[in-house]
Write a protein that binds this ligand. Structure first.
Ligand code: CAO
Length: 415
């Protein structure tokens, strides 16, 4: 049995943010029915195509464990089918542009009339306010959520991160809102509206930067490299390069082979509790008792000198040797892993974090499995559906239409 077995999800999502959420619900065992426009489908099916004639990896990697039903929800018969789906399902998830669901005729009030137990979960770029009507993609959210202004180096422009914190991050937030609403429905018998704005999701993940914004009122941020370098602070949280976001200074340092390998680097943290171990490892035992280096406060103005000394040592080791030497001494370090290394890492295959999936149009490909492991609800990753692959199955088996009714629906052009 799976955790969400029996839970029926009407999946009206597209692109990345919403599909991330419904894929997670599918991983946990919900029956996810993805509604797509006939003949068109989710726009990502045909974006960044790498195998001609096959659904793109963009689509396949976000739509596992779902069924695909084509339905034109602007067609009268299509609307009737959608009403039946709303009556039948527990959860409806959508990330249309603001107002699109209302324009289709399915306001929150109408949905509640059809099914008072329905949980309607929506992702929009912004919450209520001046930008509520805007269409939003990943990088817009990263910029508006405070991530871009605080990412990058002090002397460079704002930078967006490769982690899709606006799309996949907000999808994750929404999934938590949905299961929380499901839990509350157990007590109240009522559904509710769950909203997650991408700006809010990004800001939630950037909270340490809002923390620093407020700390600026008490003086310079001493753990930022610019403090030790004597660069004055302005009135907003600055970009901090690869400085650690917490109280334990850290930086990305070169490792053996860096001249030719773009990823021969390690993240090295000089955690106060193991400072003496750091001194031993890098061959600076005299720093253990030297008052200029012995305390975290004393080191704050010398971080560049300290990390240069650490780097002299890391450059003599590969990033994996650094890991092997430092871990037993409780020194936190992290190798900079390339996507190639991650794709080939056996331990990630063993845990199901990376999964190989077979697809009729493209053959075998890799995807990211469920990043959350439940001991009583193992995840079986099944391939993404072809466009409309389950239309008949859903109309007949899920909604109970007879074969003559299905013929009529088809004749109307609704599916
Ligand atoms: N049958 C009939 N019509 C359908 C349909 C179906 N099955 N599915 C969608 N449509 C219609 C919608 O009703 C809408 O019509 P109207 O504009 O006439 O109301 C139209 O298709 C376009 O939908 P959309 O506005 O959501 O799509 P878009 O490509 O114009 O915008 C996006 C895409 C992502 C910018 C927008 O959906 C959005 O801002 N979503 C919220 C934020 C979000 O999730 N962004 C992250 C996307 S991942 O980077």
């Amino acid at each position: 049995m799976k955790a969400l077995e029996g839970v029926k999800v009407l999946d009206f999502t597209h692109v990345q943010s919403g599909p991330t959420c419904t894929q997670l619900l599918g991983f946990f065992g919900a029956d996810v029915i993805k509604v797509e426009r006939p003949g068109v489908g989710d726009a990502t099916r045909k974006q960044l195509v790498d195998v001609e004639g096959a659904d793109s990896l963009y689509f396949t990697m976000l739509n596992h464990n779902k069924r695909s039903l084509t339905l034109n929800t602007k067609n009268e018969t299509g609307k009737e089918v959608l009403e039946r789906l709303i009556r039948e399902c527990d959860i409806m998830v959508e990330n249309f542009a603001p107002g699109a669901l209302d324009r289709m005729g399915f306001t929150w009030e109408r949905i509640q009339e059809l099914n008072p137990r329905m949980i309607l979960a929506s992702i929009k770029g912004f919450g209520p306010g001046p930008y509520a009507d805007c269409k939003v993609y990943e990088n817009v959210a990263q910029c508006a959520g405070g991530s871009a202004s605080t990412t990058g180096f002090l002397d460079g422009p704002p930078v967006v991160t490769g982690a899709q914190i606006g799309d996949s991050g907000t999808g994750l937030h929404l999934a938590l809102g949905i299961v929380t609403a499901l839990y509350q429905r157990e007590q109240t018998g009522r559904g509710q509206k769950v909203s997650a704005a991408m700006q809010d999701g990004v800001l939630n993940l950037c909270r340490v930067k809002l923390r620093d914004q407020q700390r600026l009122a008490s003086g310079p941020l001493q753990e930022y490299s610019q403090f030790g370098e004597g660069v004055p602070f302005e009135d907003a949280t600055p970009r901090a390069g690869n400085d650690s976001g917490g109280g334990q200074p850290g930086r990305i340092l070169k490792c053996k082979g860096w001249e030719t390998d773009k990823n021969a680097y390690t993240y090295f943290i000089t955690q106060a509790a193991v400072w003496k171990n750091v001194c031993d490892v890098i061959g600076k035992p005299e720093w253990k008792e030297d008052e200029n280096y012995a305390t975290p406060k004393a080191r704050l103005t010398r971080l560049t000198e300290v990390f240069e000394a650490v780097e002299q040592w890391t450059m003599t080791k590969t990033k994996f040797e650094v890991m092997d030497i430092c871990n037993p001494m409780n020194i936190p370090v992290g190798p900079i892993l390339s996507m190639k290394e991650i794709a080939e890492e056996p331990s990630l295959r063993e845990t199901g974090t990376i999964v190989e999936v077979d697809h009729p149009q493209r053959g075998k490909y890799l995807t990211v499995g469920c990043p959350i492991k439940l001991s009583d609800s193992p995840v079986d990753v099944t391939r993404s559906p072809l466009l409309g692959e389950h239309t008949e199955e859903v109309l007949a088996g899920f909604l109970g239409y007879s074969s003559s009714e299905i013929d009529e629906i088809k004749a109307s052009g609704a599916v």
